[in-house]
Ligand binder design. Sequence first.
Ligand code: BES
Ligand code: MN
Ligand code: ZN
Length: 519
Amino acid sequence: MPTAHRTPTIGVTRRLPFETDADLTIGPIFEDDRPAELRSLHEATAGEVERAWQRGEFTGKLFDVLVTPLGTTGQRLILIGAGLRKDLTADRIRRMAIIGGLAARTRKVPKVAFAGWDRLAAAMSPQTSAGSATATELVAQAVAEGAVLANFEGGNYKTDDTLRPMVEAIELCPFDDTASVRDAVARGRVLGEATNIARELSNEPGNSLTPRVFADRAVAIARAAGLGVEVLDESRIDALKMGLLLGVARGSHEPPRFVVLRHEPANAVPGVTLGLVGKGITFDTGGISIKPADNMDKMKDDMSVGAAVIAAMSAISRLGAPVRCIGLVPMTENMPGGRAVKPGDVLTSAEGKTVEILNTDAEGRLILGDALWYARQLGATHLVDIATLTGACVVALGKTTSGLFGAPDRWVDEVKQASDRAGDRSWAMPVYDDYREQLRSEIADFTNTGGRAGGAITAALFLKEFAGDLPWVHIDIAGTAWAEEAKPYQPKGPTGTAVRTLVQLALAAADWSTLPLER
Ligand code: BES
Ligand code: MN
Ligand code: ZN
């Protein structure tokens, strides 16, 4: 399959953009800056930025773009509006860098200098800095992340040459070339690359990314990142009695797979294993409760978070996160074949709980139920599962914010903070036991759907049945996995959401591993 992304080289240098071999310089400018007072910029553009400002053509408003000649040697400058100084966050810087990278690709420029970004550090408010990272490191990381994220192309099956070329090399200049800045750049590069890996997999059509191919891709990604990896085939899944996963897989000719990834660093915080579980439905037709034809094609992305877990695990390994992690991805199609599970059928989970299937389109929670149980079997102490789970979550929170569900609240808070650091939007939703009665079954322990009211919440309560007593968070990314509208910083297509949340969570293990998180 044609590759959809490229990770540029990223250098850090004290030199000025003129002194590098970049053809294009990308710089930020605040709305409350005065271009005439930014001496070197004013001189290098022969006053052009100031004139554009006076005309009102470009005044540094957030995400505005100005292209102008720079110096006299044919270089060009792209200025990106940074908005008001007081509103600056790492998230804004990441998005500004994405806009810069995309603009460079539009202009078909392979070598780019990011200049003047170090200046932003002074405007970063303290609460936006996480852990021990300095403002300068946060800026360097956000720029690197954004520059890599811009190098993704969802049209990779096109055979004409209309696609924008990728940026090949980036210099951050002038920038303090210290070990901590270089580490921050490396972190940004790994986070951006992992996000792009997930986006590429998410964008793959269902016919090319079957469960078997998905598992093979997971193995290749895991090996390259130094992770332990194991693939359970249909007979192992059968031996483990994963009746929910097998029930969903029955409707397809493609056999299911179950991928287990392991990160076991020598410096792991003691007594903790983070279990990351991602839904890996490579295509969701709905099964016998088949979906309408309109937009069914989008259901090729129903494995987005399976991909996110795999990509996040690769970054967790590359960055040496100080915590033992296991990544679990159950993989299957949801098809309406002749042996498919039917409404009214009862399935028995690996844990022994019985489920009455009311709607075969509520398949994600089924495969995750068995996977959450297996994560506990493998020794997970803290659980996070993610899924493109419910249309109800899209109704509740729209297309920008993922739903967070779980217990205890402090564990939900930890995931929320990781999501904020990552630049993924998320918001906590209630999981009161009162909703549990909506899952009551006449024949089995519970049903797999709870009706229309609070559909995202009853789905979460279903999953909670399989989380045991462990601290557990469920993230519903049904609305956020795929962008249907292009934004300046987010082209249409797969977003790679949740990848960086998971990595940030693992990187912060020293902070949460000692919290009392009894439920
Ligand atoms: N994969 C879908 C959820 C989904 C819907 C993701 C829209 C992205 C966009 C999931 O498997 C599903 O079909 N959920 C059903 C559950 C219902 C039958 C209880 C839904 O939300 O309609
Ligand atoms: Mn479904
Ligand atoms: Zn689904």
